[in-house]
Design a protein around this ligand. Structure first.
Ligand code: ZN
Ligand code: ZN
Length: 362
């Protein structure tokens, strides 16, 4: 497990089934009839009638769409400190939350962007799907530098066509795109030149200015779909990035499953993890695909994350919980568990935060 892969090597598309948990018990995706499946017993498929019932459920999100003042006080959007982004600290991880699951992370001289979405809606053609209620804190064109983009899966709130086009326009072939198996063709068709496609537990080394950074695709419990016919033809994943001194974990979208202990054991501890805390109600429908704040804290602990930031909230209404509940519940749960509020925090849109690193060089 975990052999290095160059970009030229082909990922194998062998069929396998749920009974195969891979070498050393590392969980592997099921691949059957050209579609991926979750191997976890914590996953449950949702039927069309479930989706219909979910659409009928009471919406408690209560976003004050027309009251900008209220939104500015509950969810302020600040202009990023570009000076800091241009001169990241050498002895810490620096991050900026763009909104939703988009985070700019700087570690050991490398700048990574996760699931970039700048678009106004997350849906086909930019005219369908949920509309954003908090604007991005800056334009893509304002970001001083990006070396690599990691994509967790192809849902519209994580893979935004407009953002891909604009990132390519600004950074071109200098950008390295990391995707899970099945997604590289789409990336290339949409102008991405350096695409690395990995399956769970596969690693790739990026080198920059003589330094090496290890990227690994790791499991998540989720699914994929962009069109009516492509459900689960591409895989979903989370990402590990390890630099010489610091490390970062990006959970993407996920339900609670047994993968986090494995990821924590193999790659932890992490200097910083970005973990979803929003889009979880109603639980009967959302549980298999999205963790809630309580599960997010468990994930944080199982990953052996030193610090975590809550993402996937405060930007689009995807589910029925109150729009500020993820942040409040996260705080409550940390208190209940006797954990320090600073170990799993939220930030303002656009806020540049430095995450000090207490652990000894690994
Ligand atoms: Zn998703
Ligand atoms: Zn999502």
């Amino acid at each position: 497990m975990g052999g290095r892969m160059s970009t030229d090597e082909q990922v194998t598309y062998e069929e396998n089934d749920a009974s195969d948990f891979g070498e050393h018990g590392f969980v592997k995706p099921v691949f059957r009839n050209r579609r991926y499946k979750n191997p976890f017993d914590t996953f449950e498929e949702r039927t069309l009638s479930d989706v219909y019932k979910f659409r009928q459920s009471e919406d408690n999100s209560n976003v004050p769409w027309k009251n900008k003042q209220e939104l500015d006080s509950t969810l302020p959007v600040v202009t990023p400190d570009f000076e800091k982004l241009s001169n990241p600290p050498k002895d810490a991880v620096q991050m900026m939350w763009v909104g939703h699951a988009s985070v700019l992370v700087q570690l050991d001289g490398l700048t990574i962007l996760t699931d970039p979405i700048w678009g106004n809606r997350c849906g086909p053609l930019g005219i369908f799907g949920p509309k954003r209620y908090r604007q991005p804190p800056c334009k893509i064109e304002d970001i001083p530098n990006v070396d690599a983009v990691v994509i967790s899966h192809n849902h519209y709130d994580h893979l935004d066509h407009e953002s891909v086009v604009r990132l390519n326009r600004k950074f071109g072939d200098k950008l390295r795109w990391y995707v899970a198996v099945g997604q590289a063709d789409w990336m290339r068709q949409n102008g991405c030149q350096n695409v690395v496609e990995l399956t769970w537990w596969q690693e790739h080394t990026l080198t920059k200015d003589g330094k090496s950074y290890m990227f690994a695709a790791t499991p998540s419990q989720h699914w994929c779909m962009r069109t009516l016919r492509d459900k689960n033809k591409a895989l979903w994943c989370s990402w590990v990035v390890k630099g010489p001194d610091h490390s970062f974990y990006f959970a993407g979208d996920t339900g609670y499953c047994c993968a986090f202990k494995q990821i924590g054991n193999k790659y932890g501890p992490f200097s910083l993890s970005a973990i979803p805390i929003g889009a979880y109600e109603p639980r009967w429908f959302m549980r298999p695909q999205h963790i809630n704040p309580e599960e997010a804290v468990e994930v944080h602990q199982e990953l052996r994350s030193e610090k975590s930031v809550g993402i996937h909230w405060g930007t689009f209404v995807l589910t029925t919980e109150h729009y500020m509940e993820p942040k409040q519940k996260l705080g409550d749960i940390l208190k209940q568990k006797g954990l320090d509020a600073g170990c799993f925090f939220t930030v303002k849109h656009g806020e540049v935060r430095t995450v000090p690193d207490e652990h000894v060089k690994s």
